[in-house]
Design a protein around this ligand. Structure first.
Ligand code: ASP
Ligand code: MG
Length: 417
């Protein structure tokens, strides 16, 4: 079997949904599980609704009506008849949302979030399923919450692999075509859980693992994975092959490739993952699989903007050694500061950090009690995997380099702005 995943951008309007069908017809509408995300930016829209609902004494928020109109417009573009059963199904789903809002007594944000945000995927997969039926595509719509079982850590649930394996093996038969939702799952009490934002890729990997799938294909609006972010770097090139390990490395340094959580089950069973363009489905795309580290073997550029470079030295010019360094790290951990790069010399210690949780000021105050501290905010951290001299030169041109660290496969450069 193959697992196909279509993200929000691939089902953002009527013509995108029609394109899903085209892609499917090209490769055969059977022996597949299709995983669908919420349409367009609907997960963000649901987040607004949830916030409104919890902050305004739990009345049904105005913002919900925008979600309805968005989906109605897509439905109007897809279905020939105003009598199509999708209109009734959409109403039923909105009734479920309102029922939950009226009867819910919980104030627990994470719990309420999951019970409501799941409708993005439920609506999306229902529309696509009804559209497939209209177009004569034989398939079964399945509720992912009944197959993927998790603990009850809402918004960041962990998969119960044994239970999930059992249910998927029992309910998904080879040869047939299934349509299901990404991102959402269910706990033992049948409440909805979710796997973390952008979790649909992970859903695809879970199905692939449990079904020993031949491959996973993630259909996107780009040709595949590039060696650099086109918004930041000139002339990015398509990568044809990346090993699992290399993909994990690239993700570690901040490339928006595939999340390691998604890769892990695939790597365990050596199931290849392809990232392909739904605009040009016959293009080769990128394979993440066992095999060569990187094809073509070219430098890969990653940038993290808005970092902070902190430099520390002891007040009495004594060496920065294990004792101080471990204390400094304890503070980073305490203030949830993510360290991206470390460089130390005898009397000073430099780190490039991500001020993700806005605790920088507190950290600096704390550090100043014991160290001489200087820091620069708004710096950029560039990483080049598989660098060569040319790659470093092109990057350093027109930039003020504050720090540079060369390792065997990786160079990291901190620059001003
Ligand atoms: N719809 C969810 C999100 O936007 C899951 C996904 O798209 O992967 O986070
Ligand atoms: Mg999405």
């Amino acid at each position: 079997m193959d697992i196909y995943k279509f993200g929000g951008a691939s089902v953002k309007d009527a013509s995108s949904v029609q394109n899903v069908l085209k892609v499917l017809k090209l490769s055969g509408a059977k022996d597949k599980v299709i995983v669908i995300s919420a349409m367009g930016k609907m997960t963000n829209a649901f987040e607004v609704v949830i916030k409104d609902y919890l902050s305004n004494s739990k009345v049904i928020p105005e913002s919900l009506s925008e979600i309805r109109s968005y989906h109605l417009e897509i439905i109007n573009g897809l279905f020939h008849s105003k009598q199509a059963s999708i209109y009734k199904k959409l109403e039923t789903l909105f009734e479920e949302i309102q029922n939950f809002m009226v009867h819910n007594k919980s104030n627990k944000y994470d719990f309420v979030y999951d019970q409501l945000v799941c409708f993005g995927e439920l609506i999306s997969s229902t529309i696509v399923s009804e559209y497939f039926t209209q177009e004569g595509i034989n398939h079964t719509w399945v509720d992912a919450r009944t197959l993927i079982k998790t603990d009850n850590i809402y918004r960041d649930a962990s998969v119960n692999w044994e239970e999930t394996q059992n249910r998927i093996s029992k309910n998904i038969k080879k040869e047939h075509l299934y349509l299901t939702q990404g991102f959402i799952a269910g706990d033992t009490n049948n409440f909805t859980t979710t796997l973390g934002r952008e979790g649909s890729d992970y859903t695809a990997a879970i199905f692939a693992y449990c079904l020993n799938a031949e491959k996973v294909v993630i259909w996107k609006d780009v040709a595949g994975i590039l060696n650099a972010d086109p918004r930041v770097f000139e002339n990015p090139q398509l990568l044809h092959q990346i090993s699992y390990e290399e993909a994990i490395e690239l993700a570690f340094y901040g490339a928006s490739v595939i999340h390691p959580k998604t890769l892990q089950p695939l790597q365990r069973k050596e199931i290849p993952l392809f990232v392909k363009s739904f605009i040009d489905p016959s293009g080769s795309g990128t394979a993440v699989s066992k095999g060569q580290t990187l094809v073509p073997a070219i430098p890969c550029f990653i940038v993290k903007k808005d970092q902070v470079l902190i430099s520390l030295s002891s007040l009495d010019f004594s060496f920065m050694v294990e004792e101080n360094i471990s204390e400094v790290f304890r503070l980073f951990h305490l203030y949830q500061i993510k360290v991206d790069l470390i460089q130390n010399s005898a009397i000073s210690f430099a780190v490039c950090v991500d001020n993700k949780f806005n605790n920088l000021e507190k950290l600096i105050q704390h550090l100043k009690a014991r160290y001489k501290v200087s820091y620069t905010t708004g710096v950029s951290l560039y990483t080049i995997r598989h660098f060569d001299e040319g790659a470093i030169k092109s990057l350093e041109k027109d930039k003020e380099v504050l720090l540079k660290q060369v390792m065997q496969n990786t160079v990291q450069i901190v620059t001003k702005a």
